[in-house]
Design a protein around this ligand. Structure first.
Ligand code: SF4
Length: 728
């Protein structure tokens, strides 16, 4: 930061902020929400459930963070006053994301007629009948179904079942914009698509690598584990182009010593490669591990395949090519390899800094290669840990909200319901929107999230969404995606219960493969409905003669029975509401070197170093402290010098080279868009830049990683044009 003051993550300010948020919610309401037996509504790290709110699966209490409190604070709001809907949608579209979130909860179904400028509050009967009539009048092949990771397993299963019974496999979820590359990259290497570790494994690791992630803002409770690792003599290696203050030092609120000493040191080593150069760095570390004789030859011989090709590729790779690509010296890379070589139990954790690239799958494979090289997967206290986003994004994928189901799952589903589902491959999220832009989509059912805001190339996002004749949204609050990209078509927005208001218990899966049971049952608004109830009603109306009795089947216990019978590893779901026994999904956590590949071995994969970007700068879109996915809780980022959401972060030498000073307004241009931004100095490698998501999506192109179909939100070639005056 330009003023040179050291920023520390966490600390008294964060505690006071959290207490103030609780004060605004009302202490009684907040306490009820936070202590009830429901899974945390925010990130996928996981907390709460049957052990009690604010308790994790290790029985640690309190296991809460400010993100969790922020998520509760929007759900506890009163309903949006009806006079708000007398305003035109264009007026609502003037509001910022934060202002939209703070309008209140959506408390009534809303309808926008064809060509109308306003939403009209409508009753449930009209809303459900109209939704059913529109879907019944649509060729299912000209529709898609998209879900965020907020919904429950029960609603998610019904959602994909309705889509398939209706006649389309165009069913996808937000992971196509976040961690789909993880699923693909883990499948090719260890034969599973999710974390190989459970939470407890973090308590015995003596090295945790945090790669392309900023858990100080996005998974705050993970910082506690990093601090503990350091305190027991372990190491934390952070690999991130940006020197994030919260990963350097963090005052952990639960730890008096951490608070009193002004914060605990988190990173023991902090490595800052160029944006998008991680494969070169991973290969460099692997090459150094081999040169130092630190590879686990026993593991490689007994439990892996593909090592000879992997080694030959590294042997042929010149050190000059590695250091030129990533900007890290051979000495620093060798130091990291030595640190890794000292570790007995290493966990590799990564975030969207790895997956948001055209080569996202290869990034994940490069991480897995490195873990396999020292036998750090397939044993306790070691393994591979994707840091996933929304609280049930992993569960939504597990239970089938995806365009292609495994053959055995599809067959079991067909047998269970006596229905033939469509056989063709469904479309991923970007493919659906491209089809919409081309005029090939007539109806879309969108459960949660902010698809318009999350989509790259904002102009494209608007064109694609506007071209869909009928859109049905299910949501707890209004966001930018409900007032932008609507076009002339018809829109229904239906208000749903929050997780702790569900009429029946629901289940969620954390990024540690741990399935929690949420009691629900809190009553706040009288005109909101559970997603499963809505899907059951629509299913019954659209498909009245289907062998699936959608209305009766939408009872959660019945849905759980079906999931338990159909989805491998989920058998314990059948009686979770009776036994109240939460569980790890079978065969996911790997404490022995038995892998999910056909030969049972871990597979080394050769990952070519991608060509470097074509822009003057490579720009990564980032989240701020006080942000959760597209939801903005705070306009200023307290961990990045209180920068506003219009900031572009630049290296100091680059700024001098461009003749740009701190606070100056500049124009950032990419191949798809331009935005005005305020230049802020940040500790970044030369040639790198960062700007906030979703605002900077205007710069991100729609090209996707050919394997994961994920857009490159984090390696955008851009050009900078000094434009205007310095801002205070
Ligand atoms: S770290 Fe994630 S799961 Fe844990 S309390 Fe915070 S938001 Fe909830």
């Amino acid at each position: 930061m330009a003023d040179g003051k050291q920023i520390v993550g966490g600390g008294p300010k964060k505690v006071l902020y959290t207490l103030a948020t609780i004060g605004r919610m009302g202490v009684g309401k907040a306490a009820k929400a936070l202590t009830a037996k429901n899974a945390c509504k925010a990130c996928a790290y996981g907390m709460g459930g049957q052990r009690g709110g604010m308790t994790n699966e290790l029985n640690e209490f309190p296991s809460v963070c400010n993100k969790s409190v922020q998520a509760q604070s929007t759900d506890i709001q009163p309903a949006i006053p009806l006079p708000i809907f007398e305003h035109e949608i264009a007026d609502l579209a003037e509001l910022t994301g934060k202002e939209m979130e703070h309008l209140g909860r959506l408390g009534t179904p809303l309808f926008k007629a064809r060509g109308a400028q306003r939403f009209t509050p409508v009753d449930w009967e009209f809303a459900l009948s109209h939704a059913a009539q529109k879907l019944a009048g649509t060729d299912p092949q000209r529709s898609f179904f998209y879900s965020s990771g907020r919904s429950s397993n029960e609603a998610g299963f019904l959602f994909q079942l309705l889509a398939r019974a209706y006649g389309t496999n165009n069913v996808n979820n937000c992971s196509y914009y976040c961690h789909q590359a993880t699923s693909e990259g883990l499948a090719t290497t260890i034969g599973k698509a999710t974390s190989s570790v459970e939470l407890e494994d973090l308590t015995g690791a003596d090295l945790i690598l945090v790669i392309g992630a900023n858990p100080s803002s996005n998974h705050p409770r993970f910082i506690h584990m990093l601090k503990n690792c350091r305190e027991r003599g372990g190491q934390v290696i952070v690999i991130n182009p940006a020197k994030e203050p919260g990963l350097v030092k963090f005052a952990v609120p639960k730890s008096p010593s951490s608070m009193l000493t002004g914060g605990s040191e988190i990173a023991s080593d902090y490595c800052q490669p160029r944006i998008g150069s991680d494969i070169a760095l991973m290969k460099g570390i692997a090459k150094a591990v081999l040169e130092l004789g630190l590879a686990d030859t026993g593991f490689i011989a007994a439990h892996s395949s593909g090592f000879a090709e992997f080694q030959a590729d590294l042997d042929a790779l010149d050190w000059g090519a590695i250091t030129a690509a990533c900007g890290i010296s051979r000495d620093e890379i060798t130091h990291l390899a030595r640190q890794y070589g000292r570790a007995k139990h290493a966990v590799f954790a990564w975030g969207m800094g790895m997956t948001h690239h055209i080569h996202g799958v290869a990034n994940v494979e490069a991480i897995a290669n490195l873990a396999m090289l020292r036998g750090m997967v397939g044993k306790r206290f070691a393994g591979l840990l994707p840091l996933r986003g929304h609280s049930n994004v992993q569960g939504i994928g597990t239970i089938g909200v995806k365009p292609v189901l495994a053959k055995d799952v599809l067959e079991k589903m067909e047998a269970a319901f006596g229905v033939s589902f469509p056989a063709e491959k469904g479309m991923d999220t970007m493919a659906c929107l491209k089809a919409a832009e081309a005029g090939l989509i007539d109806s879309a059912v969108i459960m949660g999230g902010n698809l318009w805001g999350a989509t790259p190339d904002t102009g494209f996002a608007s064109r694609a969404m506007e071209a869909i004749g009928f859109k049905l949204f299910l949501t707890t609050t209004l966001n930018m995606g409900h007032v932008h990209g609507l076009g002339d078509g018809e829109v229904l927005v239906l208000p749903v219960t929050a997780r702790d208001e569900e009429w029946e218990p629901t289940t969620q899966e954390s990024m540690f493969n741990y399935v929690r049971l949420s009691d629900g049952g809190i009553s706040r608004l009288d005109n909101v409905r559970p997603e499963s109830w809505i899907l059951g009603e629509i299913g019954a109306r659209v498909l009245p003669t289907s062998p699936i009795a959608f209305k009766a089947f939408s009872a959660h216990a019945k849905v759980r029975d079906a999931i338990a019978a159909i989805v491998p590893g989920m058998e314990e779901l059948a009686d979770i509401d009776v036994a109240k026994r939460e569980f790890h999904i079978k065969s996911r956590v790997m404490h022995t070197p038995e892998f999910g590949t056909p030969d049972g071995k871990a597979h080394f994969v050769v990952t070519p170093i991608p060509a470097s970007g074509t822009g003057q700068l490579s720009l990564a879109t980032i989240r701020s402290e006080g942000q959760f996915n597209t939801i903005i809780y705070e306009e200023r980022d307290s961990y990045r010098g209180n920068a506003g959401r219009d900031a572009v972060f630049l290296n100091a030498a680059d700024m001098a080279g461009f003749g740009v000073s701190e606070g100056q307004v500049v124009t950032i241009a990419s191949e798809v868009g331009r935005m005005q931004a305020v230049a802020r100095e940040f500790d970044l490698p030369r040639g790198s830049a960062m700007a906030y998501y979703p605002e900077a999506n205007v710069l991100v192109g729609t090209a996707v990683d050919p394997r994961s179909k994920t857009p490159a939100f984090k390696s955008v070639p851009v050009w900078l044009e000094p434009a205007g005056a310095v801002q205070a």
